[in-house]
Design a binder for this molecule. Structure first.
Ligand code: AMP
Ligand code: GLY
Length: 422
């Protein structure tokens, strides 16, 4: 089989490595991929948002199956465009990808179908939003409606910060059209859990739970980098909570999308907060999380391609999705200074024995060398019997990967580990 994977980060590298375990797979093309995954896929210099070119490439190369991984092409309708040419795809169509593409859509969906989430108001202009902030309690959360490279959420601790966020989104247009409408939302507290799920629109099968570490610095300080490391499973997510989430969140969401005529097929990501009043949805993503995928897929015992194809065909069952009972940890190595400013172009080297568990996000090939080319450079993963062992092994592997200016958090999984000891 000839497979095409749209996207070019660590998540896509993890998907590609897992797909390669299937003996039927002859070749995987990554569009555009990155230089760090050249051993695992053929890199094709077509951007993830160049839908027409992606479709033309797929047709010319007789692609049997396509996986569209990032949010942008999904929201732009890449799956619809490929399906129109008869190419089966993993990923939601445009009308379902809106669950991530518009926060206003997803908040209204949750309200209409009684799915637990933070209380919110929607604003179409800055004046109304600012008037509302006069009396709102703090902290308060301001969210751009559309996609904003993971930066569209501001948690404001003061009224000035909140007003500043509204002005920058709605008046200065820092996120372009994505910020022309905003959601102002109640601030929730509690441990966060990421639950990725496979769904064919009728059946939903959650994957092993995980925990992201979004802030740049240890102890969850610094800027939101959208993922400096992950662990799985998430110890806060007990079997009892999983059952509750299935009943109050996962199934109601799948049914709500179907009822709206927007059947969701693909990976639906539930970003949850375990609040004192029960689990609530913080966000939906219409795709695999990054770097959650880098810890979830190594724990998947079943064949990924088989599950993806069943999802596409509407034949998903729980029986075909089995996870190991092990734990995994991913430590992201970034370029020092990211996300503000950083240097790249440094050679990446690593011990051969860790190559299999390194997922590269930002690298390019030059004269046979792999050079850093991005803020988040790569994720180093380890799987072990316990979370404690997985964390130790991941940090051990980090010592075997080298590039100048490397920066990584030293406390990935620390809080989760403490929770297991309580
Ligand atoms: P992202 O949507 O990935 O940019 O990140 C948003 C992050 O902001 C989440 O992971 C939460 O940590 C935080 N967040 C979003 N909404 C809320 C909320 N209503 N209350 C508290 N924290 C929130
Ligand atoms: N790790 C968060 C995300 O993929 O959005």
């Amino acid at each position: 089989m000839k497979i095409l994977v749209v996207g070019g980060g660590g998540r896509e590298h993890a998907i590609i490595k897992k797909l390669k375990e299937n003996k039927e797979v002859e070749v995987i093309y990554a569009l555009p991929g990155n230089g760090g995954m050249a051993k695992d896929a053929i890199l094709v210099p077509i951007g993830a948002k160049e839908i027409d070119k992606i479709v033309a490439f797929a047709v010319e190369n007789n692609i049997d199956y396509a996986v569209v991984a990032p949010d942008d092409p999904l929201v732009l309708g890449a799956v619809d465009a490929l399906e129109e040419k008869g190419i089966p795809c993993f990923g939601p169509r445009k009308d379902a990808a809106i669950i991530e593409g518009s926060k206003i859509f997803s908040k209204n969906l949750m309200k209409k179908y009684g799915i637990p989430t933070a209380a919110y108001e929607v604003f179409e202009n800055a004046k109304d939003a600012i008037d509302y902030l006069e009396t709102a309690s703090l902290p308060i959360v301001i969210k751009a409606d559309g996609l904003a490279l993971g930066k569209g959420v501001i948690i404001a601790n003061t009224k000035e910060e909140a007003v500043g966020a509204v002005r920058s989104m709605m008046e200065e247009g820092v996120f372009g059209a994505s910020g022309s409408r905003v959601v102002v939302e109640e601030f929730l507290t509690g441990p966060e859990v990421s639950v990725l799920s496979f769904t064919d629109g009728k059946t939903v099968v959650p994957m092993v739970s995980s925990m992201d570490h979004k802030r740049a610095k240890d102890n969850d300080e610094g800027l939101n980098m959208g993922g400096m490391g992950t662990i799985a499973p998430n110890p806060y997510y007990t079997d009892e909570i999983a059952k509750e989430c299935m009943e109050t969140i996962f199934l109601p969401t799948i049914r709500a999308m179907k009822a709206e005529g927007r059947e969701f097929r693909g990976c639906l990501y539930f970003g949850l907060m375990l609040t004192p009043k029960g689990p609530k949805v913080i966000e939906y993503n219409c795709r695999f999380g990054d770097p959650e995928t880098q810890v979830v897929l190594p724990l998947l015992e079943s064949d990924l391609l088989t599950i993806m194809q069943a999802t596409t065909k509407g034949e998903l069952t729980e029986e075909i999705v089995k996870f190991k009972s092990d734990a995994a940890c991913c430590v992201v190595m970034a370029s020092e200074g990211y996300p503000v400013s950083y240097k790249s172009g440094f050679e990446i080297t690593m011990a051969q024995e860790v190559e299999d568990t390194v997922y590269v996000a930002g690298a390019r090939l030059e004269e046979g060398k792999v050079l850093t080319a991005g803020g988040r450079v790569l994720g180093v993963v380890a799987v072990a019997k316990t979370l404690e062992e997985a964390i130790a092994a991941a940090y051990g592997n980090v010592q075997r990967v080298h590039f100048e200016n490397a920066y990584y958090r030293k406390d990935i999984g620390k809080r989760a580990l403490e929770a297991t000891k309580c």
